[in-house]
Write a protein that binds this ligand. Sequence first.
Ligand SMILES: [Zn+2]
Length: 226
Amino acid sequence: MKNAPSTDIVLQAEVDAILSDRGLLISPRPTVDHDKLEHHLREALRLLHVDLNDENLRDTPGRWAESLVTMTSGYDFTDVKKLATLFRKACSTADESCQNLVVIGGTYKTLCAHHILPFFGKFIVGYIPERMIIGASKIPRIVEVHMRRLQSQEHLAHDVADTIQSILEPRGLAVWMGGVHLCMVMRGVEQESSFMETNVLRGNFLSDERTRQEFMSIVNRRGQRE
Ligand SMILES: [Zn+2]
């Protein structure tokens, strides 16, 4: 019998079972008290002796509060089902020799946990499916959920890897990230050309040199800073 095509969506009940088995439902943060947040941000600006009567600054505490809530909205996320559109993979599961590398890339921007300053760059995710593949748009969505939290580049890459690992349990998983950190550009070493790379490798990407090389050659072609 011919394999089901990879575009054949896995039954919803099967996906629900996977999500509950793997304990992926998390609790959201309580509602943010916007007025209190705005009040404290106003106080912070006062302590910096910023003139809040200046017409450019009058509404800044409110805007700052609103943008902080948006940029940390990943803490509100609970609906893992939105991340888990799964399809059967093209190779037969029984055929161990048949394996395909799936690679999806994109960009991210987030706030660093240490200085609340932005860092941003590119990500490249590669995986070798075990049984299923994930809808291509869901990987950037997983990155988005984690980037809208306070992060370090290493934690962001691990959080993305953990979520993909939990949903897919693939044979191998690699998450590469490269980024520019404004906390290194605008303060500290003030190094404008600093570019940081993080690489998380699991399963086949650790045990199989050829698979790792194939992924790294894609990173070298696509991931370099422009
Ligand atoms: Zn920082």
